[in-house]
Design a protein around this ligand. Structure first.
Ligand code: THG
Length: 282
């Protein structure tokens, strides 16, 4: 499971303020907490911060890079912004792997972003939607996914650098769509050999819901069972990460041992937490 950290996002007030004031320590602390929770890729999104968005992206990327060498996922729904920001970040951080997050299957997105991924050696996340928006059925999601995958492969992007995002919507507004997300992953994994990676923006499912952490971790486990292998999550949510590790054990993707959570942390080179040490004594 590849854990993308969702927390460095200007949608959060503290991050938005830190970008506006160029306050590095706020970003460093948030990034450290995500890394301590097991984040593998740092997703960065400037959100609705005022000012020059390209400069914000470069600053945020450099600031996160000051605490980690891990890949950076540049997150924006605006293709034109990514077209400007990705080369600037690559120039500033030539040894850092980038992920372009994200590209729809609409021609005007793919034409710009897929060649950019190829030229900068970046991975890319393809959304299973096109110019008509998020599909209301599974078939159209699969069609969009297949179109994106074919176009990316033809441009020479390696399969391991291609992520498919079957698009999670809030359960309070789009109740029937969660099943479509799961079914689209399952079917896209079957028809493509070797398959691309599958990712979701997990917290979308619970936006403006009361039991958001419970919804997030329950839906993550359901998606994992249908073939999800990456997710944009709050890696500092320990219950979520532990549910994820437990699901991987039950799916036979990790070797069981009595202290499998500690084993997972050690395998990733993370310090085993004080809480885990306490639990061992009991
Ligand atoms: N797919 C891809 N990228 C994405 C998403 C996706 N990037 C952005 C987003 N979706 C994933 N990241 C978040 C980050 C935060 C929330 C949801 C998704 C979120 N936050 C709380 C809220 O809005 O209620 C808390 C906000 C706050 O405390 O201020 O929901 O789907 N490829």
């Amino acid at each position: 499971m590849i854990i993308f950290s969702e927390r460095i996002n200007g949608m959060y007030r503290d991050v938005r303020g830190a970008i506006a004031e160029r306050n590095k320590s706020v970003i460093h602390q948030l990034a450290e907490a995500q890394l301590a929770g097991g984040a593998d890729v740092m997703d960065i999104n400037i959100g609705p911060t005022k000012g020059d968005p390209v400069e914000h992206f470069v600053w945020l990327a450099q600031t996160v890079h000051e605490v980690t060498d891990k890949p950076l996922s540049l997150d924006s729904a605006k293709a034109d912004l990514l077209v400007q920001a990705v080369p600037r970040v690559k120039e500033a951080l030539p040894d850092t792997k980038l992920v372009i997050n994200s590209c729809t299957a609409a021609p005007q997105y793919m034409e710009k972003l897929i060649p950019l991924a190829a030229a900068t050696g970046s991975a890319i996340i393809g959304l299973t939607m096109d110019q008509e928006g998020v599909p209301g059925n599974v078939e159209k999601r699969i069609e969009c996914g297949a179109t994106f995958l074919m176009t990316a492969l033809e441009a020479g992007i390696p399969i391991d650098d291609i992520y498919m995002d079957t698009i999670v919507l809030p359960v309070n507004a789009a109740m029937k769509q969660q099943v479509h997300v799961i079914e689209a992953i399952r079917q896209l994994a079957i028809v493509n050999d070797p398959p691309p990676r599958f990712i979701v923006g997990l917290s979308n499912v619970s936006t403006k819901c009361l039991k958001n952490r419970l919804l997030n971790r329950t839906f993550l486990v359901m998606c994992l069972a249908s073939g999800l292998n990456a997710a944009i999550v709050d890696a500092a949510d320990r219950d979520l990460v532990e549910a994820m590790i437990t699901a991987e054990i039950l799916l036979g993707k990790q070797l069981y041992s009595d202290d499998y959570i500690k084993a997972w942390r050690m395998q990733k080179g993370l310090p085993v937490s004080a809480e885990a040490a306490e639990a061992e004594v009991v």
